[in-house]
Structures are given as structure tokens and as C-alpha cells.
Design a protein around this ligand. Structure first.
Ligand SMILES: NC(=O)c1ccc[n+]([C@@H]2O[C@H](COP(=O)([O-])OP(=O)(O)OC[C@H]3O[C@@H](n4cnc5c(N)ncnc54)[C@H](O)[C@@H]3O)[C@@H](O)[C@H]2O)c1
Length: 259
């Protein structure tokens, strides 16, 4: 793994007195929103993605690497600590199938790949973060499950299975690390739509149709998910662990009646 060449030069010299967070999947719309929210909240942030990202700034270290490998997961944590001096929290968003073009049903082999990669990205992220979290920090980890881990849709079995497994992985990790003062939680996001003027017409139509099934009658903005993640990792959520919090406009509260 390597620091991205566009990393902010300031990041290399800052030993932060402020809290420090690692954000995986930082190049995605939601990842960017989380990075921006945490920077706004006074964190120094290391963001890692397997693709180069253009988000740079003061107190932001940009890394490129693959969180489904043990080596890059450990490097992401150690480079964060080398740069900022500590680690207080990890937000684990990196996976396949959120807003990506992976469509199921594919072959079983494609499904197995997605399932294995998504699970290892979270499991290795938790493992590496646990080893790196500063003893005097807020010691918190948040992953992004999905409403797809709470309810099913036709076809997309591997993504659903990865999110169901993630919910149990978070419960189990919360129990495993509670005695070390580490909290582990999940956000189960509903469908997120970034404002994208170039969004294709089919996606726009899908978004409009799907919105009619949501009690709040709209898709989420990335910033609305980021705000809840920022709360969950903060000391304000000090008694919250092992939970999966739906942030879905009421979608999973509904038994399915169309209004
Ligand atoms: N977008 C949605 O509507 C939605 C809904 C529910 C849940 N989620 C979840 O929220 C999270 C973020 O969603 P999104 O739509 O912004 O993400 P996305 O699918 O657009 O992007 C995920 C990012 O993670 C990166 N990534 C994937 N695997 C990686 C790995 N092994 N190592 C490093 N980087 C990796 C990708 O390159 C990408 O930039 C995901 O966990 C997703 O499953 C998204």
C-alpha cells in the first residue's frame, strides 16, 4: 500500500492533539461525506480507498490500498498512527455493491467473491483497528451494513448475505472487545443518492420509483448517513455498542403497504 501522491503535505507533519479517525472506502460518495463531517468535527482523518481519490486537505491523509488484505489493513492503521500520532476511531465503508455496478444475480463464483471480499474488508478492518486504537481515546468502530442486511430483495443474494454477516460480525466484535472499552456498531443505510447531474436517466427513474416506498418519500443524502456515523463514533454514544442503527427514512419500519 502507498500514500496517494496527492496526499496533503500538511498531513505528513501533523501530530494531532485532536481525535484521529481512519475511514475506509473514502473515495465513495458516503466515504467523502464521512471524511468531511469528521474534519468539520475537528478530527484528523486518514482515508483509504482502493482507487485514487481527489479529496485532500489539511489534517487529511489519503491512502490507496485494499482493505480485504491483512497487509493493507494493518498498514492503513500504522500509517495513520505514524502520521497523526494516535487512532481514536475507525469507520469501515469499503466494500463492493453499495452504489457500484456489481449486479446480481451473477454467477455463484461472482457472488462468492463479493461475499468473501466484503467480509474480509470489515473483519480485517476491525482486527487492525482494535490493535491500533489509542488506550486513552474513544475507541470506537462503525461499519456500514445496509437495509439489505435487514430485509431481502430479489436476486442480489451475495450483497444481502454480506450485509447480514456484517451485522453479526459487529455484534460478535462488540462482545469480544467490550472488556477493552471498544465499541463496535453498524449503520444500516437506506438507498443513498448523491446529487449527480450526470446520473443516467434509468437511475433517476429508479430513484423516483423507489422513493415512493420510503415513508419520508426520498432517498438519503450521504451527509445524512455521515451525521449518524459521526454520532456513533463519538463519546456522545458512549453506551451504544453491538447495535445496527437503521438510517433509512422509515423503510424498515414498514410492513410493505403502499401509501
Ligand atoms: N450507496 C447506497 O445506497 C448504500 C446503501 C446501503 C449501504 N451502503 C453501504 O455504505 C457504504 C458506502 O457506500 P457507497 O455507496 O458510498 O459506496 P460505493 O460502493 O460507491 O463505494 C465503496 C468504495 O469502497 C472502495 N472499496 C471497495 N472495496 C475496497 C477494498 N477492499 N479496499 C479499499 N477500498 C475498497 C471502492 O473503490 C469505493 O470507492 C458501503 O459499505 C455500502 O455497502 C450504501
Amino acid at each position: 500500500m502507498r500514500p496517494q501522491t496527492t496526499a496533503s503535505p500538511e498531513a505528513e507533519v501533523i501530530k494531532a492533539p485532536s481525535p484521529v479517525a481512519l475511514v475506509t472506502g473514502a473515495g465513495s460518495p458516503m466515504g467523502r461525506a464521512v471524511v468531511l463531517k469528521l474534519l468539520e468535527n475537528g478530527y484528523a482523518v486518514a482515508g483509504i480507498d482502493d482507487k485514487p481519490t481527489d479529496l485532500v486537505g489539511e489534517k487529511h491523509l489519503v491512502l490507496v490500498g485494499d482493505m480485504s488484505t491483512e497487509q493493507d489493513s494493518r498498514l492503513a492503521v500504522s500509517q495513520t498512527i505514524d502520521t497523526f500520532g494516535r487512532l481514536d476511531a475507525a469507520v469501515l465503508l469499503a466494500d463492493l455493491g453499495g452504489s457500484s455496478t456489481v449486479h446480481m444475480p451473477g454467477t455463484v463464483a461472482e457472488g462468492e467473491h463479493l461475499l468473501a471480499r466484503n467480509l474480509s474488508s470489515i473483519a480485517l478492518g476491525i482486527q487492525a483497528a482494535v490493535e491500533g486504537l489509542s488506550i486513552d481515546g474513544h475507541r470506537s468502530i462503525v461499519a456500514t451494513a445496509s437495509v439489505a442486511g435487514l430485509l431481502a430483495d430479489p436476486g442480489n443474494w451475495a450483497y444481502h448475505a454480506s450485509k447480514i454477516a456484517m451485522i453479526d460480525l459487529v455484534r460478535s466484535s462488540a462482545l469480544t472487545y467490550a472488556a477493552r472499552g471498544i465499541r463496535v456498531n453498524n449503520v444500516a443505510s437506506g438507498l443513498v443518492r448523491a446529487d449527480d447531474p450526470n446520473e443516467n436517466p434509468a437511475a433517476q427513474t429508479f430513484g423516483r420509483d423507489f422513493s415512493r416506498r420510503i415513508p419520508l418519500f426520498r432517498l438519503a443524502q450521504p451527509s445524512e448517513i455521515a451525521a449518524v456515523i459521526a454520532f456513533l463514533i463519538s463519546p456522545a454514544a458512549s453506551y451504544v455498542t453491538g447495535t445496527t442503527l437503521a438510517v433509512d427514512g422509515g423503510l424498515t419500519a414498514s410492513a410493505g403497504l403502499v401509501f
